[in-house]
Design a protein around this ligand. Structure first.
Ligand code: F0G
Length: 488
């Protein structure tokens, strides 16, 4: 492959490559996940991370200035898959801060100055997803996409809908019926995305959207984190953490795990920074599942599945998924954002845990609710899934895996206002969600009304709801992605 940037299958026994101008939702040869890779020797890589500091003074509203303003693109030399800067999509994403959280730290038993919260809820759509969307929409624009789609537990759909409206593409989102927080649903509708409420959960939605997006005749560009370009943007969360710490890596990075895109991106960021000689030390990673959606913890902590240079134990994963199918298991947690049982980025998450000497834990809904309230009470605020990370820190301190002397960064992935129902219920006992469901309905009459469309979990019905011809859809190759997390 002579291109400076290309896509490559992560399976070491395949390693197939594809040009960046092509769109793939998986390796066409073996079905594994793809990475975006670079021939760094032919690229102008900065000699030190301090290079990026000058961008704070060159930000502005011109093309270059806007890129310097973006918390993603001011690190563009570390994600150079685009051909020219005018292809880049940005809406001022990633202007987030690393907050020193001494009051919360004291509650948890961390020494002053050692607990830092990376406040990703400050992104334009209120979650970390905007980092990845900026990159994936840039790629979508490069390949001339007109319609973009995702399955979502809420935040991906909100972010996609916002970017699609600004990039003038049709946004389509698949959400599980009754599965996403109201703040997130309201965003998808308000930004004008075609919102399909599928009778099923996130795993069902993702399976369906992959079935549809795999057929090029559908003309749908897939924005889920199986899209390797999304993860390029999410690497920037780690670059900003380093920047805020004067380029000194912390001891630990703690992140909630759902579809496992974020932790995968963090692992790739450090893999590349190390390769480029831009950091000496790599922080340790802790990925925190909810107990009701604990696939990664089950595989990593209990069944000892490891990356093993890409030759991880596929049969252990298949065995777990088969057992889930047999027992009719569905994930369930108050942290709806991470209510996922077949995380598509599982192999990349194993790689990240390898690169960052990681650990995985799970926390109960009660722990999530209590730690969400603590984050707010001591001055910040986040949605339930984000608090799983903080609850995980508490657990790891109790276990003495993390010491009070360690410098710890928790990623607060989504804003407190994303899920006000959980907050109100915690403080008052009133379940606003059920109340809303039984409340009398008026026919909406605003000029821009965009109602969600309810659809059965059935390929033909979904295709029809999309306004496409069911006769055109063929069943995708079902063999390989099974191990990678999708059921089909
Ligand atoms: N925190 C929040 C607030 C999220 O919305 C998500 C994922 C995660 C954590 C987990 O991140 O998937 O990279 O491991 N939300 C996705 C969505 C799945 O559709 O919005 P992950």
């Amino acid at each position: 492959m002579s291109d400076i940037a290309y896509q490559q299958c992560i399976n070491p026994d395949c390693s197939a490559t594809y040009p960046v101008q092509e769109v793939h939702v998986a390796c066409a040869k073996c079905g594994s996940l793809l990475d975006v890779r670079y021939d760094w020797s032919r690229l102008p890589v900065p000699r030190s991370l301090a290079f990026f500091e000058h961008r704070w003074s060159t930000k502005g509203t011109g093309v270059e200035g806007q890129l310097d303003f973006s918390g993603v693109w001011r690190f563009r030399e570390l994600m150079p898959f685009y051909r020219s800067e005018d292809q880049i999509v940005t809406i001022g994403e990633g202007r987030t801060v690393l907050q020193r959280a001494d009051l919360l730290g004291r509650q948890l038993g961390v020494k002053p100055g050692n607990l830092l919260l990376q406040y990703e809820g400050l992104n334009p759509s209120g979650s970390f997803k905007d980092n990845g969307m900026a990159a994936a929409f840039t790629h979508a624009r490069m390949v001339g996409a007109k319609r973009v789609a995702c399955a979502s537990t809420g935040n991906t759909s909100a972010s996609l809908a916002m970017f699609a409206s600004l990039a003038q593409m049709q946004g389509i989102v698949f959400i599980g019926s009754g599965k996403i927080a109201f703040g997130k649903l309201s965003q998808a509708l308000d930004y004008g995305a075609l919102t399909l409420q599928i009778h099923g959960d996130f795993d069902d939605c993702l399976r369906r959207i992959r079935q549809i997006a795999v057929d090029p005749r559908m003309g749908i560009y897939l924005m889920n984190s199986v899209n390797p370009f999304r993860l390029e943007g999410q690497k920037s969360i780690m670059f900003r953490v380093l920047e805020a710490l004067d380029w000194q890596p912390p001891d630990w990075v703690i992140v909630p795990g759902g579809n496992l895109g974020n932790c995968s991106a963090f692992g790739k960021a450090f893999m590349e920074l190390k390769e480029l000689g831009l950091v000496r030390k790599v922080p340790r990673l802790a990925v925190i599942n909810a107990t009701g959606a604990n696939t990664l913890n089950e595989l990593y902590s209990r069944r000892n599945v490891r990356w093993n240079s890409g030759r991880f134990d596929r049969s252990a994963i298949q065995g777990l998924f088969a057992a889930m199918d047999e027992s009719g298991y569905h994930p369930h947690t108050v942290a709806s954002a991470i209510e996922i049982s077949r995380p598509v980025n599982l192999p990349k998450a194993l790689r990240a845990l390898d690169v960052m000497n990681g650990v995985v834990r799970e926390v109960s809904d009660e722990e999530i609710l209590e730690h969400r309230a603590m984050v707010a009470r001591w001055g910040f605020g986040c949605e339930p899934a984000s608090a799983a990370g903080v609850a995980g820190l508490h657990k790891l301190l109790d276990e003495k895996v993390i010491s009070p002397d360690d410098r710890v960064v928790c990623i607060l992935t989504g804003h407190e206002l994303k899920d006000p129902n959980v907050t109100v219920k915690y403080h008052t006992g009133v379940d606003m969600k059920s109340a809303q469901e039984s409340a009398p309905r008026e026919t909406p009459h605003g000029r821009l009304v965009n109602q969600p469309v309810k659809v059965e979990d059935d390929l033909g019905a979904i295709v029809k709801a999309l306004g496409l011809d069911a006769g055109n859809i063929t069943a995708p190759n079902t063999a390989a992605p099974d191990v990678e997390g999708g059921r089909d």
